[in-house]
Design a protein around this ligand. Structure first.
Ligand code: PLP
Length: 383
């Protein structure tokens, strides 16, 4: 029996346990402590962010971010449609409604042209959204400059969901640090992990102070427990922040390993008919958090789902590209501007095993699995 090859699994370095042990030795087993402060500072050094607040998940950081920019019940928020549901769920936590925006083909991320024309139209009819949530998908930055420009033009706060894009660059800087607020995730499948966790960053220290306040039950300074606002229990554990400090030390190695996976897949598979890899936009470097490709079924000899099922039978886990949120039953009532690009990427797109801890044998098994499907379905012999 072959060992299972999974999509993206945690990959610890050499130092995480030391940091965790230090937390135990000093009894900082709490959602406050020196590892949290250090993790926030070190995260700012790595990303170039001004200020950071460590929280319990990427989803929690998005919830706080939306509240911090003033999203309220009845508001609309523009949001990328090609993404994980966690990007949009917090919009609904606040009683607001997402309006989805399609991707472009060069980055698979929100189309700046589409956003601009949608906002022009909304300005004309006096129905601007309250904020824009921009996703940097699969480790690749969206084209931030034109998006930021149009947000500024209409005085709309930009929230960047960089959950999948830690370690990527946009014109030399970290995606997540351009908008009013950026968020990151340290879930178990992300490029680095604390098992679960998130980070909220901003250049305005008051936003970060307010995020910390809301994340600790909105407790006012007083000797007794005093509250004038509704808050949340969203802080990261000091133990988990210790894991995060260790993981930050190996971030660049993790990026290099994932990019290497991509290079190996691409050099072995890109010449097969019907296979195209997710393009890398020329304004930056993607982390290739997941290696994604699209399949033209006719040319290749099998469609995305047939490939996924055939690989699953060989204990190889792959996943379809995110199902666009405007196609999700839970968002059936929501407006979507465009949508054909995201739908096409969903129907044809597949994510390959991409962990930074995959071995060359693992990669070879995935590659030969895909090659085999092609030759078998096309009735060709490999020789
Ligand atoms: C993982 C992810 C999130 C949510 O992060 P969690 O830490 O799992 O809550 C949000 N957006 C995107 C794009 C993600 O991939």
């Amino acid at each position: 029996m072959n060992k299972p090859i999974l999509l993206s699994t945690p990959h610890m370095g050499d130092r995480e346990l030391e940091f965790v042990k230090a937390a135990f030795d000093t009894n900082w087993i709490a959602p406050v402590g020196p590892h949290i402060d250090a993790f926030e500072q070190e995260f700012c050094q790595v990303t170039g962010a001004g200020y950071a607040a460590a929280v319990s998940s990427g989803t929690a950081s998005l919830h706080l971010a939306l509240q911090l920019v003033g999203v309220e019940s009845g508001d609309e928020v523009f949001c990328s449609t090609l993404t994980f549901v966690a990007t949009a769920n917090p919009i609904t936590y606040l009683g607001a409604k997402p309006v989805f925006i399609d991707s472009d083909r060069t980055s698979w991320n929100m189309s700046p042209e589409l956003l601009q024309s949608a906002l022009e139209h909304r300005a004309q009819i006096g129905k601007l959204p309250k904020a824009v949530v921009l996703v940097h998908l699969y480790g690749q930055s969206a084209d931030i400059d034109p998006i930021l420009k149009v947000c500024d033009q209409y005085d709309l706060p930009l929230i960047e969901d960089a959950a999948e894009a830690l370690g990527a660059t946009y014109k030399g800087h970290s995606p997540g640090t351009f908008g009013r607020i950026g968020i990151y995730s340290f879930n178990g499948n992300k490029i680095i992990t604390t098992s679960g966790g998130g980070m909220l960053v901003a250049n305005d220290p008051q936003l970060i102070a307010k995020a910390r306040f809301l994340a600790t039950q909105a407790r006012d300074p007083a000797p007794h427990y005093q509250h004038a606002e509704i808050g949340y229990n969203y802080r990261l554990s000091n133990v988990l922040a210790g894991i995060g400090r260790g993981q930050l030390l190996v971030l660049s190695e993790r990026v290099a390993a994932r990019r290497r996976n991509f290079e190996i897949y691409a050099s072995a598979l890109a010449n097969l008919p019907g296979i195209k890899f997710m393009p890398e936009a020329d304004y930056g470097q993607a982390t290739r958090w997941l290696t994604c490709l699209t399949i033209d079924a006719e040319a290749f000899g099998a469609n995305r789902e047939q490939i996924r099922i055939a690989l699953a039978a060989k204990q190889i886990e792959t996943r379809p590209v995110w199902k666009p949120l405007h196609l999700q039953p839970v968002f059936a009532e929501c407006e979507c501007i465009g949508g054909a690009v995201a739908e096409d990427l969903f129907v044809h797109g597949l994510c390959l095993p991409s962990g930074s801890n995959l071995t060359d044998e693992d990669l070879e098994r995935v590659i030969s699995g895909i090659v085999e499907i092609h030759y078998k379905n096309k009735g060709l012999s490999k020789l």
